[in-house]
Write a protein that binds this ligand. Structure first.
Ligand SMILES: [Zn+2]
Length: 424
């Protein structure tokens, strides 16, 4: 399929008119995601639920993608000054007037190319899925290799006590400093040496609860040549963790500060779910629960017991709650440039894994020889005006060239008449 056909309108008659087709948002330094949408402001429960209900009739991949694009748009609205506002939205060459967008499809999947990507696992529900799929494969390989060599793989969860009044930035900084202090402490290194610890992989996460506020924590896969049980691990590590926390003004109870799972199954189960629950699952029961929650609590602002950052985005997308918007902004600021997944030095090579690829590179990958269609920049502006990205990709996945052409032509005509005020 070549260029998507575009209807002849007053918009496309001349180069100057073509320039006039560019939406104001494309020139707005505050971010390309800030352009107007035909339905008015983002944050309407009825529009959100209507789109989700419509997605149910589509296949799971398309429904999941539609939700992720909606939540990405919400993130862009909350932090228009960050890269997520341009992710799969602003053409790479737009600033130089040479932006062109292409649609790719292969083997039942589809991609957009020629667009900026942010690679942020914290801010962007779309990039988070791409990155976590690759990271999950690496973790699965690491566990299989360890298992084949007879190594133990243990899953540890480190937490610290916290209060509703704690600000996330300060709490997170102290928590991560405590973890660093622990792993370089004499006590930790002595225990690790006695257990033949090969290394660790640390995954950082956070939730927020109405009772105790922010809850930063990390899950750690520990690879060791020793055959250990949960009690041995806890007794060996908790004193070092507790001492490190106290160095940075934090505490933890023995019951909650360190959780240990000492089976392959626990590690494999965690890895198989990693990144999926929080970012890539299709429309499902959780959305129903959220819709029920929003309806139930509207007007008296009672939060649910525990929210992930993605739940906060869903809440703001549903109802535009300022409360959850501010929570998510605080989270986005505190986690900026933080590592989500950290392998201890030497572990990857010991398990025969190549060097890690940066998140930004993973998020920009498009398989070669998969070209399906090209969109003129004006056509792309029409697609993003109503955020029809998921629909475009759904048609490409189905190999429906005619459907894609018709969709783009229709959007372009509406974009000219309804947004630009030019007769189509
Ligand atoms: Zn992104």
């Amino acid at each position: 399929m070549g260029h998507v056909t575009t209807p002849q309108t007053n918009c496309t008659d001349t180069a100057s008119a073509r320039e006039g087709c560019r939406p104001k948002a494309a020139h707005d330094a505050s971010g390309a995601g800030s352009g107007p949408s035909p339905g008015g402001a983002v944050g309407s429960l009825s529009r959100y639920t209507a789109k989700l209900d419509a997605a149910r009739s589509d296949d799971a991949v398309s429904a999941s993608r539609l939700v992720r694009f909606m939540l990405q748009r919400e993130a862009a609205r909350l932090v228009p000054y960050k890269r997520v506002a341009h992710c799969l939205n602003t053409p790479i060459g737009e600033l130089h007037g040479s932006g062109s967008v292409s649609v790719h499809a292969h083997n039942g999947d589809a991609w957009l190319a020629g667009l900026q990507t942010c690679g942020s696992v914290w801010d962007c529900p779309v990039c988070a899925v791409k990155v976590s799929e690759c990271r999950r494969e690496e973790l699965t390989t690491a566990i299989s290799t360890a298992r084949a060599r007879g190594l133990g793989v243990y899953m540890l969860t480190y937490t610290a006590s916290h209060a509703r009044s704690d600000d996330l930035s300060g709490l997170l900084g102290a928590f991560l400093s405590a973890y660093r202090s622990m792993v370089i402490s004499r006590a930790y290194r002595a225990v690790a040496a006695s257990w033949g610890v090969l290394g660790t992989v640390k995954a950082l996460e956070v939730t927020w609860g109405g009772l105790n506020g922010w809850h930063p924590h990390c899950h750690v896969l520990l690879f060791s040549s020793a055959d250990l049980n949960a009690e041995e691990l806890r007794a060996g590590l908790f004193p070092a963790w507790s001492a490190a926390l106290s160095l940075h003004g934090l505490t933890a109870t023995a019951a909650r500060g360190l959780d240990v799972r000492a089976t392959y199954g626990a590690a494999e189960d965690y890895v198989s779910k990693w990144g999926r629950v929080s970012s890539s699952r299709a429309y499902g029961a959780e959305d129903e629960l959220l819709k029920a929650h929003v309806k139930r609590t509207r007007g008296h602002h009672m939060p649910v017991p525990r929210y992930s950052p993605l739940d906060m985005l869903r809440a703001t997308a549903c109802d535009g709650f300022g409360f959850y918007s501010e929570l998510w902004r605080e989270y986005s600021s505190a986690f900026h440039r933080r590592h989500q997944l950290q392998w201890s030095r030497g572990l990857r090579s010991s398990l025969d894994l190549s060097s890690s690829v940066p998140d930004t590179d993973l998020s920009a990958v498009t398989p070669s020889d998969t070209f399906f269609a090209a969109l003129l920049s004006e056509e792309w502006y029409a697609v993003r005006w109503v955020d029809a990205r998921a629909r475009v990709l759904s048609l490409a996945r189905a190999g429906d060239s005619a459907g894609l052409s018709a969709l783009v032509a229709d959007l372009y005509a509406r974009y000219c008449s309804e947004y630009l005020g030019v007769a189509a």
